[in-house]
Design a protein around this ligand. Structure first.
Ligand SMILES: [Zn+2]
Length: 238
């Protein structure tokens, strides 16, 4: 059901509007608060996206694996982590990957003012550009949380679009590698895959399950003929 239809169906009660707001803020496929990028736009290409780093206990290992398999990825970095580990952030770019904005401190933007959102995005952009020399042109809201002002605020800062995802590994909690590997079995051409090289709670989060899952899947995805897209391949939101 499209957003207009849902709005028409349930309009009239405050509770329903609150439900729509929550749905619009957190469901990756929701377009209620402006268009978002959820697919690569190429049925032969997937986009691997790693959030919440850089993280010295996981990012370098992932960079080695990606290089080994000739794959590129996008790293949605937290500004504070970039300031802690600027050399890792620089290495991500030096090794051919894309960087993108995941805010300065990882708040849920759905619950903050336009001014706070602008501050979070601007600080992260500054951290990334001073560490890597690269402008982060795309952003992903922490927790997928978007408010009605996000698009306008991001646009005013030169951000060209919001990137969500079409598949996730649910790898944000420490766990064995097997369930993460299993969840990624559903990935196919066109997917934007949500993964985590960092942990927004702690600077050096345990992401061995994610690294192991990439060890398993990168050669298989490559052998199946899939290519690896990054945000640098996109010029628009759709
Ligand atoms: Zn995050």
């Amino acid at each position: 059901m499209d957003p207009a239809a849902i709005t028409a169906t349930v309009a009239g009660t405050a509770a329903a509007f609150a439900a729509i707001g929550a749905w619009g803020a957190f469901v990756p496929s929701s377009q209620l608060f402006g268009p978002t990028r959820r697919r690569t736009g190429d049925s032969r290409a997937i986009a691997l996206t790693f959030d919440d780093g850089p993280n010295p206990t996981a990012t370098p290992a992932l960079l080695d694996l990606l290089e080994q398999h000739g794959a590129r990825a996008t790293f949605f970095m937290i500004g504070q982590r970039v300031r802690e580990f600027p050399k890792i952030a620089a290495d991500v770019v030096a090794r051919g990957h894309a960087v993108a904005n995941h805010t300065e401190t990882h708040p849920n933007l759905a619950f903050h003012s336009a001014r706070k959102v602008a501050d979070e995005l601007a600080k992260c952009r500054e951290a990334i550009s001073s560490a890597t020399g690269r402008e982060a042109r795309w952003m992903r809201p922490p927790f997928g949380g978007r408010g009605p002002s996000l698009d306008r605020t991001a646009g005013a800062l030169g951000i060209v679009g919001v990137v969500m995802w079409s598949k996730w590994a649910r790898d944000w909690k420490v766990q064995p590698a097997e369930p993460v590997i299993e969840r990624l079995r559903r990935v196919s051409g066109g997917d934007i895959v949500l993964l985590h090289d960092g942990d927004h709670h702690v600077a050096e989060g345990d992401r061995r399950h994610t690294v192991r899952a990439m060890e398993f899947w990168l050669p298989r995805w490559k052998d199946s003929g899939l290519r690896f897209a990054t945000v640098d391949d996109w010029n628009s939101k759709s």
